[in-house]
Design a protein around this ligand. Structure first.
Ligand code: NAD
Length: 322
């Protein structure tokens, strides 16, 4: 199989590509299409010399001519490329609509024309909104609150429309909050870890009571691979990590991991429209494809913090681009 991976130089996409390249039974060719925005980093991927199966194309998913040329020589697409940070979407949602909605539609159009076999749309649990108790199944109506979540929901609906209208084999994954190495230091875990390791304070939104489910990036990537290889056309699969924590509880764990105290925490004004709680029911992917997370949160967080501590050289590059 020749696989096109969009956004493969970002956080999750790069882990996905590393996993494919480490698997002798993986695709015969992997092409990464990435615009290298502030969040993309070519150094997150191996060089062509290190990985002969990998081709890197510096380009934009909104470039219909380029996307048409690339889809014509691939069998499947895994689509990660997106503007991904909620706070940036609150500051200005323009790029979110452009990349996440129009970019996805450009890819879908090209996929239909090229006769792409399978198109995996990597989405988020944030499309469901916020839930006080219980967990969302895939049947939950979409009720996104932030411009980011709304743009992802629109992209999901567009993907399902291309499935129903054109018969494109679209499969959608909706995961919870990812963590792990190489996450851009604007998201909570790398932001707090970096600041604590630098001896600085960390900004905790509101009372810190917002609840998120945490998913190790390698568990997420394994689940996407299961969907790519064995999922059903037109289906949505929730992917969870099994560890729900308030932001305050998470902060406590990060303080402990970095040897810092609560005096290093600054309470800042809450994010506008901050969703109180996300929680996905991931029994469908467990039942149909055998997925279960293998990383415990304690172990995953410890190795993640250790990675940021041991890879200080990665930080200036990433942070300078912000
Ligand atoms: P990221 O911001 O780290 O990476 C996004 C990548 O997409 C970057 O390499 C960037 O250069 C590239 N990109 C952006 N715009 C592009 C464009 N127009 N054309 C081509 N490439 C472009 O994001 P991530 O955290 O790795 O997230 C990957 C996907 O997973 C996104 O679709 C996101 O919505 C979804 N997701 C992420 C999380 C999470 O916790 N990080 C949770 C749920 C879903």
């Amino acid at each position: 199989m020749r696989l096109l991976v969009t956004g493969g130089a970002g956080f999750i996409g790069s882990h996905f590509v590393h996993g494919l390249l480490a698997d002798p039974a993986g695709p015969t060719a992997v092409t990464v299409l990435d615009a290298l925005t502030y969040a993309g980093n070519r150094a997150n991927l191996p060089t062509a010399r290190q990985a002969p199966r990998l081709e890197f194309v510096h380009g934009d998913i909104r470039d219909a001519a380029l996307v048409g040329e690339l889809t014509a020589r691939h069998d499947a697409v895994v689509h990660f490329a997106a503007e991904s940070h909620v706070d940036r979407s609150i500051a200005d949602g323009t790029e979110f609509t452009s990349t996440n909605v129009l970019g996805t539609q450009t890819l879908l159009e090209a996929a239909v024309r090229a006769g792409i076999g399978t198109f995996v749309q990597v989405s988020t649990d944030e499309v469901y909104g916020s839930i006080a108790t219980g967990s969302w199944t895939e049947e939950q109506p979409l009720a996104p609150n932030s411009p980011y979540a709304a743009s992802k929901a629109a992209a999901d609906l567009m993907a399902l429309a291309y499935h129903r209208t054109h018969g494109l084999d679209v499969r959608i994954t909706r995961c919870s909050n990812n963590y792990g190495p190489r996450q851009f230091p604007e998201k909570l875990i790398p932001l707090f870890t970096g600041r604590l390791l630098d001896g600085r304070t960390v900004p905790l939104y509101g009372d810190g009571g917002n609840v998120r489910d945490w998913l190790h990036v390698e568990d997420h990537c394994r689940a996407i691979r299961l969907v790519l290889d064995g999922g059903r056309p037109g289906e949505v699969y929730n992917i969870g990590g099994g560890t729900e924590l308030t932001n305050k509880e998470l902060t406590g764990r990060l303080l402990a991991a970095c040897g810092a105290g609560w005096d290093r925490v600054e309470h800042v004004e809450d994010r506008k429209g901050h969703d109180a709680r996300y929680s996905v029911d991931w029994s469908k992917i467990h039942r149909e494809l055998g997925y279960a997370p293998v990383h415990s949160f304690d172990e995953g967080l410890a190795t993640t913090v250790a990675w940021y501590r041991d890879h200080r050289s990665w930080w200036p590059t990433a942070a300078a681009a912000a």
